[in-house]
Design a protein around this ligand. Structure first.
Ligand code: AR6
Length: 233
């Protein structure tokens, strides 16, 4: 794991945007999030298994974060990826800085989205999942990680609400109190999101149509953020 527990001991209040200073930026996240409000942690939708272009995805993420903060206050958003070498995190950090998005409200974080509190010291009451259209466990990536960590109660709770998801849409699932993700990590809701797919071996392949792809990705993030706001308000 690249995010060490020692990061939580650091009391540095400054938000560092430099990727070479991950421990300081982690510490800043903790001091900012321990106070109040809700925090949504989300992975970069569609940019691994679904092969969506990273430059275009980073533009969409920053635009949608900015739109959301124009509408909703007192919440925080955290884009998460597994490694300090994550290109999407670097791109988004740079673009968020250019747009003057408040770094105390929108953060990037390196870690496993299913262990943000226990390993990273970061409290996020809602997490997003880059789901598949059947809303099923497995398939690798963040979907497999979240369904594994949440245990069978997430699949049951998801099934009760919907049997499938259209690209660009999101489904808010309250986590049963018995889920280990609730008990250990303090996660109260998982929001499944289906992004646009540029992988020819997966359903709903968009065949490099980035006009459509960017629209679907915008819809995916706006549905995710609206779902988050409705879940915590
Ligand atoms: N914690 C944080 N980020 C993660 C984790 C994790 N545990 N695992 C992966 N990521 P992907 P997609 C990052 O492939 O491209 C699934 O099989 C990863 O580095 O999970 O939307 C589903 O069933 C990347 O930045 O999702 C779908 O069929 C991001 O999460 C399909 O893949 C998304 O990568 C969805 O593909």
């Amino acid at each position: 794991k690249e995010t060490t527990p020692s990061a939580v001991q650091n009391s540095n209040q400054e938000i560092k945007m430099d990727e070479n200073l991950p421990l300081d930026s982690s510490a800043a996240v903790i001091s900012e999030t321990s106070s109040s409000g809700s925090t949504l942690a989300f992975p970069s939708i569609s940019t691994a298994d679904f092969q969506f272009n990273l430059e275009k995805a980073s533009d969409v993420i920053v635009e949608e974060v900015e739109n959301f903060f124009n509408k909703v206050e007192n919440v925080k958003l955290v884009l998460v990826d597994l490694t300090h070498r994550s290109k999407i995190l670097a791109l988004v950090r740079a673009k968020a800085l250019q747009k003057n998005i408040d770094p105390a409200k929108f953060l990037t974080f390196v870690g496993d989205i299913t262990q943000l509190y226990t390993l990273g010291g970061l409290r996020c009451n809602v997490i997003a999942n880059a789901a598949n259209w059947r809303l099923k466990p497995g398939g690798g990536g963040v979907n497999a990680a979240i369904f594994n960590a949440a245990g069978p109660s997430l699949e049951a709770a998801t099934e009760k609400l919907a049997g499938s998801l259209a690209p660009g849409s999101a489904l808010v699932v309250p986590l049963p109190l018995t889920s280990p993700l609730y008990k250990k990590e303090g996660v109260t809701h998982v929001i499944h999101v289906l992004g646009p797919n540029m992988n020819p071996h997966r359903p709903n392949f968009l065949n490099n149509d980035y006009n459509k792809g960017c629209n679907v990705l915008r819809k995916a993030y706006s549905s995710l953020f609206e779902g988050f706001a409705s879940a915590v308000n």
